[in-house]
Design a protein around this ligand. Structure first.
Ligand SMILES: NC(=O)c1ccc[n+]([C@@H]2O[C@H](COP(=O)([O-])OP(=O)(O)OC[C@H]3O[C@@H](n4cnc5c(N)ncnc54)[C@H](O)[C@@H]3O)[C@@H](O)[C@H]2O)c1
Length: 328
């Protein structure tokens, strides 16, 4: 079996590649497990060494829009494509053209090549709860469900929603088998802060744990929907393995999430790592960021994901402890 992971050099993509390589086999759309012979990482940045060192891995280091050539593309003989490459929310708000090029044109080019392969690959698309928002006459309900009408209020959210719909139409036409998974904010993201509006949901845990100060751009009582990296990877894999009847219509599935406020996160950090560590968080409201974050849903009911056996994280403390475990 050949698996392609776009964005496979990023945070979740790297974890997904490691998990696929460790598992060595994958059941696709309800079929029996098949050995993974090849895994191609399609990313414009370099694949991390431990993934690249695996003899089953090939790197296609290119932009989504320049990958492959007219007669050869990494997805030509792919059985499964995990599509994670994307520009993140903050940068899409700052640079409209970047978001449109990467998230919309790049996805369309990828789907076009999947269709041309005539192999009807399973394509798992990493969408986002950022497809939800409030507009005049369309208030965000207190809890979003799989049936809630998405009314995105950011360029990133709009691009994700358009791609979900493209995937649904390519599926309806029989060109591929699309599975869109709406991820909540994944925390704790290791490494450096990124330009996602939700970056603070990792920074306020990650930075203090290494003795650095972190800024929280929203008020302490602002809630957010989060899941751990492990639950996010579990959701993406389950989307690939679910049989057609289990998955249901080609409409996006909301992943389960827990709802936490910034204050609860800092309090959990204090309980686990000490009050002096929690005191490294500074509270400075950033109007532009706060208005994006406060427009996102913070409570999710994920009936379809639950039926697929997916569960939210146990609690916030487990997420913080898992991150500390990885640091060691
Ligand atoms: N991390 C989260 O909290 C979260 C939440 C919701 C949805 N998502 C979605 O999950 C996916 C993975 O997120 P992540 O946190 O790992 O992001 P990331 O930024 O760490 O990784 C994205 C990868 O995509 C690559 N990429 C970007 N533009 C590209 C292009 N034009 N051509 C080729 N490669 C390109 C980047 O080099 C990077 O390695 C994204 O689609 C993101 O929108 C993430």
């Amino acid at each position: 079996m050949h698996v392609v992971v776009t964005g496979g050099a990023g945070f979740l993509g790297t974890r997904l590649c490691r998990t696929l390589l460790t598992n060595s086999a994958l059941s696709v759309a309800g079929a029996p497990e098949v050995r993974i012979d090849r895994l191609t990482v399609l990313d414009r940045t370099a694949t991390v060494p431990d993934v690249l060192d695996d003899s089953r891995v090939a790197a296609s280091t290119a932009d989504l829009l320049d990958a492959g050539s007219a007669d050869r593309h990494p997805v030509d003989d792919a059985d499964v494509v995990f599509h994670l490459a994307a520009a993140v929310s903050g940068e899409c708000e700052l640079d409209f053209d970047l978001g449109m090029r990467t998230n919309l044109d790049g996805t369309r080019a990828l789907l076009h090549r999947c269709r041309a392969s005539r192999r009807t690959p399973v394509v798992v698309f990493a969408s986002s709860l950022a497809v939800f928002g409030s507009a005049a006459g369309y208030p965000l309900p207190p809890v979003v469900t799989d049936q809630t009408l998405p009314v995105p209020q950011t360029s990133y959210g709009i691009q994700k929603l358009v791609c979900e719909q493209l995937l649904a139409d390519y599926t309806r036409k029989g060109f591929l088998r699309g599975r869109s998974v709406r991820l909540p904010t994944v925390s704790v993201r290791p490494g450096r802060p990124n330009t996602a509006a939700s970056s603070y949901l990792s920074a306020i845990i990650r930075e203090p744990l290494t003795g650095q100060r972190a800024e929280c751009p929203v008020a302490p009582d602002v809630p957010a929907a989060i899941c751990s990296p492990d639950r996010a990877i579990g959701g993406l894999l389950r989307a690939a393995t679910a049989g057609p009847d289990e998955w249901g219509p080609p409409i996006a599935v909301n992943l389960p999430a827990i709802t936490v406020t910034a204050a609860q996160m800092v309090s959990a950090l204090g309980e686990i790592a000490g009050a002096d560590v929690a005191a490294l968080v500074d509270w400075h409201r950033d109007e532009a960021l706060a208005s994006i974050i406060e427009g996102w849903p913070s409570r999710v009911r994920s009936d379809r994901a639950t039926r697929l056996g997916l569960q939210p994280d146990e609690n916030l403390e487990a997420i913080v402890r898992a991150h500390i475990g990885e640091m060691q």
